[in-house]
Design a protein around this ligand. Structure first.
Ligand code: IMP
Length: 185
């Protein structure tokens, strides 16, 4: 594999700017704060994409809280929506107010699987905070308590979202040029 394409060759259009993201994250943080006073709050995210959103969001929540991480991978050739846990949460969540923090919800299959699994651990509440919602692609209906932005059915990179592992560190969310997509997909 050669050097990755530079962001200039990959980015088609900035869909959500750095400033828009930061403003919305602050609003979501205020909402979560108001709704969770006095609770045992756990912000839980799925590596690696959700890490960037979680890092900003947890600092916008003005409450004592804990963060925890999990990682999943899809079973190659397996049933869609069935995922394998490659890293589980470190702490039990029984009785906690759990908020699953996601960078993007697309078909919803991955998140649906994760929510069902976490529900079995008997948290006091289980909610979702998603920065981006590609709702037109949804296959399973999911309750999203906190939503950053609804976006169209376009492949996006930045702010945690990747194309073959790259471009997560872009501070904005951008659509990808067709030529760049064709080169890798
Ligand atoms: P779902 O199970 O279809 O909802 O898959 C969600 C996962 O697909 C996300 O956590 C992302 O890793 C990935 N994904 C979906 N859409 C995009 C995109 O536009 N850019 C980058 N990754 C995406």
């Amino acid at each position: 594999m050669g050097a990755p394409l530079t962001p200039e060759k990959v980015v088609d259009r900035v869909l959500i700017s750095d400033e828009e993201i930061q403003n919305r994250v602050r609003e979501l943080g205020r909402e979560i704060t108001a709704d969770h006073v006095g609770r045992d709050v756990r912000l839980v995210t799925v590596l690696r994409g959700g890490l960037f959103f979680l890092a900003d969001l947890c600092r916008a929540v003005d409450l004592p809280l804990q963060v925890d991480f999990m990682a999943v991978s899809s079973y190659l050739g397996g049933r869609p929506g069935v995922v394998r846990i490659t890293k589980d949460l470190d702490d039990p969540i029984e009785g906690a107010a759990v908020i699953v923090v996601e960078d993007i919800v697309d078909t919803g299959l991955t998140l649906n699987y994760i929510l069902r699994m976490l529900k079995g651990r008997r948290p006091a509440s289980l909610e979702v905070c998603a920065l981006l919602d590609k709702d037109v692609r949804r296959i399973v209906d999911l309750p999203i308590a906190y939503r950053g932005f609804s976006i169209p059915d376009k492949f996006v990179v930045g702010y945690g979202l990747d194309l073959q592992g790259f471009y997560r560190n872009l501070p904005f969310v951008a659509t990808v040029r067709d030529e760049a997509l064709q080169e890798v997909l």
